[in-house]
Design a protein around this ligand. Structure first.
Ligand SMILES: Cc1ncc(COP(=O)(O)OP(=O)(O)O)c(N)n1
Ligand SMILES: Cc1nc(C(=O)O)sc1CCOP(=O)(O)O
Ligand SMILES: [Mg+2]
Length: 223
C-alpha cells in the first residue's frame, strides 16, 4: 500500500502493522523504524485508544514522517478529520465509527479508506460497493490486544478474494506460526500488533518472521 492505493502488481500478501494501543511517540519512534527497516511492510496504522485528539496529533507529527519517508502508507485509526489534517495517507473506520461515506468525503478520493467488516460478507459487500479501498475481516485467532467480539474463518477470505477485486485484510491474533492458512486463503494483507511489537527478539525479528512465513505459505508445501 505504498504511496496510494493497492495495485495488482504488488506481492500477493503483505504486512500491515498496527501500532500498540498506547505509546509514547518519541520512545516508539526508533522501535517503529526498526520494524520498518527489517523488511517489506505495506502500511502502518496508528491506533491509539483512550487518547486525546492532541495526543494523536502529536503522535502523527512524530511517527508519520518515519513511515512515509520509507514509502510506506501511514493510516490513522478512527479519526478521518484528524487524518486529513495531519497529512495521513488514509484512515481506517469500524462499524461504529464515522461511516465510510462521510470518511471518504472528509479524506478525498485519493486517500486510502479501509473498513472493518468483522466476519460479515454482507458488511464487506456494502463497503466494497461504496468504494472502500480494503475490507478488514477478523478476529481470526484469539487476541489479547483488544476484546474481539467476532470470529472470522479463512473461508471468508477465499470467498472474498475469488469474487472481489477490493483487497482484504486479515486481523486478530495473527502470528508467523499461524498465518499460513490466511495467506493461502487469499488475504492481501495481514494486520498485526503483538506478533511484531511483542516479539521476544524485538520488532525487527517480528517483521522478518512474518515475511518469511508469508513467503513460505505463498510458495506452497513444495516451496
Ligand atoms: C486493519 C484493521 N482491521 C480492523 C480494525 C478494527 O477496527 P474497529 O472495529 O473500529 O475497532 P478499533 O480498532 O477502533 O478498536 C482495525 N483497527 N484495523
Ligand atoms: C485492532 C484489532 N481489530 C480486530 C478485529 O477483529 O477487528 S483484532 C485487533 C487486534 C489485533 O492485534 P493482535 O495482532 O495483537 O491480535
Ligand atoms: Mg474503530
Amino acid at each position: 500500500m505504498a504511496k496510494g492505493k493497492p495495485t495488482q502488481a504488488e506481492p500477493a500478501c503483505r504486512l500491515y502493522l498496527v501500532t500498540p494501543p498506547a505509546l509514547e511517540p518519541a520512545a516508539f519512534a526508533p522501535i517503529l523504524a526498526e520494524a520498518l527497516d527489517a523488511g517489506d511492510v505495506a502500511c502502518v496504522q496508528l491506533r491509539l485508544k483512550d487518547c486525546s485528539e492532541d495526543d494523536i496529533r502529536r503522535a502523527c507529527d512524530v511517527l508519520r514522517p518515519i513511515v512515509q519517508e520509507r514509502d510506506v502508507a501511514f493510516i490513522l485509526n478512527d479519526h478521518p478529520r484528524l487524518a486529513r489534517e495531519a497529512g495521513c495517507d488514509g484512515v481506517h473506520v469500524g462499524q461504529t465509527d464515522t461511516p465510510y461515506r462521510d470518511a471518504r468525503k472528509i479524506m478525498g478520493n485519493d486517500a486510502i479508506v479501509g473498513v472493518t467488516c468483522h466476519d460479515s460478507r454482507h458488511l464487506a459487500m456494502i463497503a466494497g460497493e461504496e468504494g472502500a479501498d480494503y475490507v478488514a475481516f477478523g478476529a481470526f485467532f484469539p487476541t489479547a490486544t483488544k476484546t474481539a467480539e467476532y470470529k472470522a474463518e479463512p473461508d471468508l477470505l477465499s470467498w472474498w478474494s475469488e469474487l472481489m477485486e477490493v483487497p482484504c485484510v486479515a486481523i486478530g491474533g495473527i502470528t508467523a506460526e499461524n498465518c499460513a492458512p490466511l495467506v493461502t486463503a487469499g488475504a492481501d494483507f495481514l494486520a498485526v500488533v503483538n506478533a511484531v511489537w511483542g516479539h521476544p527478539q524485538g520488532p525487527g525479528a517480528g517483521v522478518r518472521a512474518l515475511n518469511a512465513a508469508i513467503e513460505a505459505a505463498l510458495a506452497g508445501p513444495a516451496g
